[in-house]
Design a protein around this ligand. Structure first.
Ligand code: DUC
Ligand code: ZN
Ligand code: ZN
Length: 487
């Protein structure tokens, strides 16, 4: 005879593979029974007519993070986690960002001090590595990975973040040894710098020129180069925030050749275009992010990649800078595009907009939706099967979706700390009405039900997805050409 803290009755559960009408029994924060449950629970929820999906994992978001040019995101761990929860997300993986000269331990300790008292849902950290010195890569990084921070992001652009190819190789070799997942921002820095200079010389500084400077070819070239470096050292890699068909095709080609190359895309590449950057006055600044939204045909290509399995994860890349002097307009009321903080918010709308425009329109299979919003992130970042699925023994992280509920997206309704949303006026058909994290009801009846700081830190496993193939290209054969193991 089981006793239950919570039973969700009569709902239809959906995982990456199975859709089934069944009850979910929860005890001590875990799923303990799936099927018909005769006993009573201390608390019961009737989910008749609703879908019960795994809580979302947002594997790319910037929360309480200072940009490399010193601008603070508008959301801290409280407002960020609350907003994510309202949109059906139960796990966050934001970035503990190293600025050059900082030790990784210090960065992580400081970030933990931000997150612990505030987050209302569970969270882990990726690192951002901007200093690829021997001490960082050789000693500090392995120690952090050993401690459960088993993924990190590196950049090929931005003056204060970018690594050159030599440094990237050093980082990849370390990731391979440690079985950590490398995430990479792939844009060619010098192409962007060159076009930017020419545009500014011609007096073309309006927000729309941001999208011209961040040319598709800069993204394609860097994606190709990043994949080549990863192939050289047989190191798995995930290309973040892919915006264009050309970059997507580089990823597809690598996957077809059997490489462990993964791709991520985000709402801004499905729902926004370059026309949004061309709004009156400075309004286009609200849509400036990198890479930028492209044209309609790119949108279509990105949708295809998400549906056909080319992309592994769908993340928000929430990078919230308010439309005022604390954020987008920090460099003055009419900055040129190169001085506008890069990023758009998206924590809360990530899943509802994809559900509405993908699943409800019949374009995207519901299992694929679950995969890209939750399961694959858990697998890619060492959280599976604790997170990202509905299975006995997994954390009870669930979102109960009312497929009939229509929500008009407005900045006023969204629970982040932003003064705008790029998706103002869009209608989401379907919304997660009850959100549960480790068995705790976080959102119910449009209200937050948990305390600040009640989310838990997640120490992560080394991801299976980050395991090298074990097959180096012939010229890198250590036996033949080097005489010893060298990476
Ligand atoms: N890269 C990100 O990952 N997020 C926001 C801006 C950027 O360049
Ligand atoms: Zn980036
Ligand atoms: Zn980002």
């Amino acid at each position: 005879m089981q006793d239950y803290d919570l039973i969700i009755r009569n709902g239809t559960t959906v995982t990456e593979k199975i859709k089934q009408k069944q009850d979910v029994g929860i005890k001590y924060g875990k799923i303990v029974t799936l099927g018909e449950i005769p006993e009573k629970g201390i608390r019961e929820i009737d989910a008749a007519g609703k879908l019960v999906l795994p809580g979302g994992i947002d594997a790319h978001c910037h929360i309480e993070q200072k940009s490399s040019s010193g601008i603070m995101t508008a959301d801290d761990f409280y407002s960020g986690s609350v907003s994510a929860a309202y949109g059906g997300t139960t796990t966050l993986l934001p970035f503990a960002a190293q600025h050059r000269g900082q030790s990784l331990r210090e960065v992580v300790d400081d970030y933990m001090a931000c997150a612990k008292p505030k987050s209302v849902i569970d969270y882990g950290f990726h690192l951002i590595i901007s200093d690829a010195s021997d001490a960082i890569i050789g000693q500090e990084l392995p120690a952090m990975i050993e401690d459960g921070i088993t993924s990190f992001k590196i950049y090929m652009t931005y003056d204060d973040l970018k690594l050159d190819d030599y440094e990237i190789l050093n980082v990849l070799a370390a990731a391979r040894r440690e079985q950590a997942m490398v995430m990479i921002h792939a844009e060619n820095h010098d192409v962007i710098r060159w076009i930017t200079e020419k545009l500014l010389d011609q007096g073309k500084g309006a927000p729309r020129y941001h999208a011209i400077a961040h040319a598709r070819i800069a993204e394609k070239e860097a994606t190709h180069r990043a994949i080549s470096l990863a192939e050289l050292l047989d190191t798995p890699m995930l290309i973040v925030h892919v915006s264009s068909e050309a970059a997507l095709n580089e990823i597809r080609r690598a996957q077809e050749r059997g490489l462990k190359i993964y791709g991520e895309t985000c709402p801004q590449y499905l729902f926004l275009t370059i026309d949004d950057l061309d709004k009156d006055g400075m309004d286009g600044a609200m849509f400036c992010c990198s890479p930028p939204p492209r044209d309609k045909s790119s949108q279509e290509a990105i949708w295809e990649g998400l549906i056909d399995g080319s992309f592994t994860v769908f993340s928000s890349d929430h990078a919230p800078y308010r439309f005022d002097s604390s954020g987008k307009l920090a460099a003055g009321p009419t900055p040129t595009f190169d001085k506008i903080a890069n990023g758009v918010p998206g924590l809360e709308i990530r899943m509802p907009l994809l559900f509405s425009e993908g699943v409800q329109t019949g374009r995207m299979d519901i299992h694929r939706f679950v995969e890209v919003t939750a399961t694959n992130a858990a697998k890619t970042y060492g959280l599976y099967p604790r997170k990202g699925t509905i299975a006995i023994g997994s954390d009870a992280d669930l979102a109960i979706w009312d497929t009939e509920k229509q929500v008009e997206i407005t900045a006023e309704k969204i629970h982040d700390n932003m003064d705008y949303t790029p998706y103002e006026g869009m209608i989401a058909n379907g919304w997660p009405v009850t959100v549960i994290n480790r068995g705790r009801i976080v959102i119910e009846d449009e209200e937050l039900k948990v305390e600040r700081g009640s989310g838990e830190y997640l120490r992560r496993e080394r991801p299976e997805a980050a395991k090298p193939l074990g097959k180096l290209p012939p010229e890198m054969d250590p036996e033949k050409n080097f005489g010893a193991e060298f990476i």
